[in-house]
Write a new protein. Structure first.
Length: 246
């Protein structure tokens, strides 16, 4: 079976997007193969079209989790594929409500309702993924241990976001993310959902509405909170079409 897919770099957290509908078992097999032959890739999402006229596409992550960078990647890919527009509505795994995306081939942003995020005791919950936020540094081993201690490994996806304040509006993060069904644990080179979690925590604690977050890749993601929504934007650094035999 021939599998067509794309490798997208959304400012780090390099993402493979596969075209087509597959069973969960086949998705996991394809995911393992893609991650094996593309060592810089950190995750795999599956793009399907939809008959719903209110949606532009569906994105299902291999582990069923929510992934902001995969959504940003698919938005850029939709533009790359020849859509004559830049605004999209995409149904995402992990999310009950569709996500708004604004994209070009060089830039992509996602917008979600603020009410979907919850925060308590340094844990931020986004539908489809939960994060523990800390100023402490973690290794992959100690991060997984911390997630186990906080009973977060039972979720589809969970992660530790180590953060450091650079100046009044700028932070940098070191994300480590675990996806249960794919059994992957990455020190990610960028993390959009983790950035959203940090922005929301800062908003709850200090009322901060705008933040710049430096990713491990060096890319800067911007978050803006207003009108009961949170928007995250960042660069798209590359799109490459690929094919493999499954």
């Amino acid at each position: 079976m021939k599998i067509n897919y794309f490798i997208i770099n959304p400012g780090g957290n390099i993402t493979a997007i596969v075209c087509g509908k597959f069973t969960k078992k086949i998705k996991l097999k394809i995911t393992k193969n893609i991650l094996k032959i593309n060592p810089t890739a950190e995750q795999v999402g599956f793009w399907t079209n939809t008959k719903n006229k209110n949606l532009d596409a569906k994105l299902e992550m291999a582990g069923g989790e929510f992934c902001g960078n995969a959504l940003r990647s698919l938005g850029a890919l939709l533009t790359y594929a020849g859509n004559n527009k830049s605004n999209f509505i995409i149904k995402s795994s992990g999310m009950k409500t569709p996500v708004k995306i604004n994209s070009s081939e060089k830039f992509s942003s996602i917008t979600i309702n603020l009410e979907l995020l919850k925060y308590k005791n340094n844990i931020c919950s986004i539908p489809g993924i939960k994060y523990f936020l800390s100023e402490k540094k973690f290794t992959k081993l100690s991060a997984k241990s911390e997630l186990a201690k906080k009973n977060l490994l039972i979720n589809k996806a969970s992660g530790v976001i180590s953060y450091e304040k650079i100046n009044e509006k700028t932070y940098k993060i070191s994300p480590i993310v675990y996806v249960r069904d794919t059994e992957t644990l990455y020190s990610e080179s960028a993390c959009a959902s983790g950035t959203l979690a940090l922005a929301y925590m800062s908003y709850i604690k200090t009322g901060m509405k705008k933040m710049y977050v430096r990713q491990p890749s060096g890319s800067i993601f911007e978050t803006v909170i207003g009108n009961e929504k949170i928007e995250l934007s960042g660069p798209i650094l590359g799109i490459e079409k690929k094919m493999m035999l499954a």
